[in-house]
Design a protein around this ligand. Structure first.
Ligand code: UTP
Length: 314
């Protein structure tokens, strides 16, 4: 199957190769304090929906049906969000609020949800380790709960990744996106084995390199497919200075052992919206709000009025 194949075929295909996804949502989200003091950053809204709802909709539209959330303390609202709320449903039905009832249709998404807890926030690698029993012997997808792919989560990237994982017998496939060369120090950057086409082999991963040290301008973009061998690799990782087990260290072990670690490039339409910091959160919110079918046009006028009143200070 190729990138241009229709959605139905993609869904059928991915179910054959990748049936399950792990969505880590246990992080403390300290860069978004105080907003995240008592609520998960993954529940912050981007325009109309919480971030994690976009993530789940993207996964389901790509044929994933089993989703494990790795949660932590103060993350209960994520579980509630994907649960049916009979009282709310009844109240809206009695009031004949059909438009609002439509906003709850995501409750019927064709997915089974599972939850486990990461007891101590010891980094992304440690969070993935919590999914070992869930994954069993099968390959699985990891989708970061604070990253949306594509405007309104329209993306077939994970279907393409599943295709590559299977066809190339990979151990790991990572979504990557081009970032401005002067911004490499904000990202995990990959080093391609040779050229960097739409699909290429990775030999090294470098965390937040200065532009002069960066091996490329291709950043890890929040979606991964792993064979279960990743769990052994994570167990070998030593905690870093912040006492966190980094997932990139485990992937680096895979590269060092000569395992096939491949990258799939996101298209410009599949841009990653990383909601982990305020500048990116603000920008994402505005972009999604401008694209809102009902309120976008008026919001654009309001924004233009506001911008005319407060010109940028340079
Ligand atoms: P981040 O790297 O943004 O870390 O997590 P964080 O702890 O949430 O945020 P800061 O750095 O304190 O601001 C990326 C994804 O991995 C999850 C997060 O919930 C987020 O979806 N994560 C991170 C975990 O599940 N467990 C962890 O220990 C760390």
């Amino acid at each position: 199957m190729h990138a241009g194949a229709d959605a139905g075929a993609a869904s059928w295909y991915i179910q054959k190769v990748i049936q399950s996804a792990v969505v880590p949502v246990a992080g403390l989200g300290t860069r978004l304090l105080p907003a995240t003091k008592s609520q998960p950053k993954e529940m912050l809204p981007v325009a109309r929906k919480p971030i994690v709802q976009y993530v789940v909709e993207e996964l389901v539209s790509n044929g994933i049906e089993q989703i494990l959330f790795v949660t932590g303390r103060s993350k209960g609202s994520i579980e509630n969000h994907f649960d049916h709320d009979p009282e709310l449903f009844q109240a809206l039905t009695q009031a004949n609020k059909q438009d609002l009832l439509r906003e709850l249709e995501f409750e019927a998404l064709k997915a089974n949800f599972f939850y486990t807890r990461q007891r101590l926030q010891r980094g992304l690698g440690d969070a993935i380790l919590c999914a070992e029993n869930f994954a069993g012997e099968k390959p699985f997808l990891v989708a970061l709960g604070d990253s949306i792919l594509g405007l309104n989560a329209v993306s077939r990237a994970v279907s393409r990744m599943a295709d590559v994982f299977d066809a190339k017998r990979a151990s790991c496939v990572i979504a990557v996106e081009e970032v401005p060369s002067e911004e490499t120090s904000h990202y995990g950057i990959v080093q391609p084995a040779s050229g960097a086409d739409d699909v290429f082999r990775i030999v090294n991963l470098v965390e937040k390199p200065a532009p002069k040290d960066a091996p490329s301008n291709l950043a890890i973009a929040g979606r991964y497919i792993f064979s279960p061998v990743i769990f052994d690799m994570i167990r070998r990782v030593q905690p870093d200075k912040r006492n966190e087990i980094q997932l990139t260290d485990a992937i680096q072990f895979m590269c060092d052992e000569g395992r096939r670690v491949l990258a799939v490039k996101l298209t410009p339409e599949e841009k990653r919206y990383d909601i982990g910091n305020f500048p990116s959160y603000f920008e994402s919110f505005v972009e999604f709000a401008l694209a809102d079918p009902l309120y976008g046009a008026d919001f654009r006028i309001a924004l233009e009025r506001l911008l005319a009143k407060t010109p940028a200070k340079v």
